[in-house]
Design a protein around this ligand. Structure first.
Ligand code: 3PG
Ligand code: MG
Length: 398
């Protein structure tokens, strides 16, 4: 069912109104310093925020950041201050960070004092344990801050128990509740991709865990003409086929998950034809292998023949959907496979879609994001939406 977006709001809905917008500013942070390592998710929400401000609204932005667990040292890194600061820089306007609690008298006072064009950022929603329990009282307190609700948090849309995604808009029934441009675009792209893709439709799947992605892979297999495998899961498939993977660590439950897909291997599923294997205790000693991985070595990337083969298939595809790096790309020596896939997608005339936090980061790191049709801001949300899961968050939108 088509959902209302912010373009359905009238000028009177926005002028002089306080708009409560759920964004996904759950940004990747440096583990040691807490510094923001990628701000794509902020950039993704800017068109919506600018639109609201230009229409004469004030904006209260709210997001979670990480998974705070009550450890003051780690949790201090998860305060929203740095994110609010980066948000202000990218927006080109001041952003006021609300108090240390998510809701409460100081936050309400700050919200009530806002003038058109003002932007307020709430503290990390997950600092309040009620956020992930869809708590109605918590939701009511947040809902009272705004006249309009906007969901522009695609990356979090699959979370059915997050109050800011579900209970807050539910508490705002009767007030306008709409999607922002980012969520609208993400949904439209994936809907189009799944309903009437330009063929051949090629899937590329990497990353480590088959078990996490089994529903996604099964859905892709229904739709795609061909699925190319890369990344750590390559070795899971090899082990399931009884091929030696040397010292590559592959948990048994992963092998079980891959075994269920073996009937497709060689027909719809293509596995790499060669790999880069690195010595476990000395990652600078590498070799290109076809077939089994030697003892003492682990598989770390697709090999040169596979790079060429995958590039050829990408070049003749009508649509390409990619999730999961095809090698250990954080290590520059093992990034060639992921680079090659990104470059082939960027150079292809196909409709190209990339989903998943790491994959999106890789594409951006290698400078190919602008030449790709759509780079999703969703990780789990991207997978879940492709799978066809029902999102409670979207049901709250008019
Ligand atoms: C994500 O990055 O996957 C979203 O921001 C949701 O975060 P979560 O997985 O901690 O719920
Ligand atoms: Mg997640």
């Amino acid at each position: 069912m088509p959902k209302k977006s912010i373009t359905h709001l009238t000028p009177a809905d926005l002028k002089g109104k306080r708009v409560l917008i759920r964004v996904d500013f759950n940004l990747p942070l440096d583990k040691k310093t807490g510094a923001i390592s990628n701000d794509r998710r902020i950039r993704g929400a800017l068109p919506t925020i600018k639109y609201l401000l230009d229409a004469g609204a004030s904006v209260i932005a709210m997001s979670h950041l990480g998974r705070p667990g009550g450890d003051p040292a780690t949790d201090a890194m998860l305060k929203m201050d740095n994110v609010a600061e980066r948000f202000a820089e990218l927006l080109g306007r001041p952003v006021k960070k609300a108090g240390d609690t998510v809701v409460g008298p100081a936050v309400t006072a700050a919200a009530l004092a806002m003038k058109p064009g003002d932007v307020l950022m709430l503290e990390n929603l997950r600092f309040d344990p009620r956020e992930q329990k869809n708590d109605p009282e918590f939701a009511k307190a947040i809902a009272a801050l705004g006249d309009v609700y906007v969901n522009d948090a695609f990356g979090t849309c699959q979370n059915d128990k997050d109050a800011s995604m579900v209970a807050v808009p539910a508490a705002m029934a009767g007030k306008p509740r709409v999607l922002g441009f980012l969520v609208e675009k993400e949904l439209n792209v994936i809907d189009g991709l799944m309903a009437s893709p330009k063929r051949p439709l090629l899937g590329i799947m990497g990353g480590a865990k088959v078990s996490d992605k089994i529903a996604f892979i099964n859905k892709l297999l229904e739709k795609v003409d061909h699925l190319l495998i890369g990344g750590k899961m390559t070795y899971t498939f090899m082990k399931a086929q009884g091929i030696d993977v040397g010292s590559t660590r592959v948990p048994d439950e992963e092998v079980e998950a891959a075994r269920a897909l073996l009937p497709y291997v060689g027909s719809k599923i293509t596995l790499p034809i060669d790999s880069i294997a690195a010595k476990c205790d000395d990652l600078t000693t590498t070799q290109v292998v076809t077939g089994p991985i030697p003892a003492g070595f682990e598989g770390v990337d697709i090999g040169p023949k596979t790079r060429a083969l995958y590039a050829e298939k990408i070049a003749v595809a009508g649509t390409v959907i990619w999730n999961g790096p095809v090698g250990w790309f954080e290590q520059p020596a093992f990034a060639e496979g992921t680079k090659a896939v990104a470059a082939a997608m960027a150079g292809s005339k196909a409709v190209t879609v990339v989903g998943g936090g790491e994959t999106a980061e890789a594409v951006e790191k290698f400078g190919h994001d602008k030449a790709i049709t759509h780079v999703s801001t969703g990780g789990g949300a991207f997978l879940a939406y492709v799978e066809g899961k029902d999102f409670q968050s979207l049901k709250q939108i008019d």
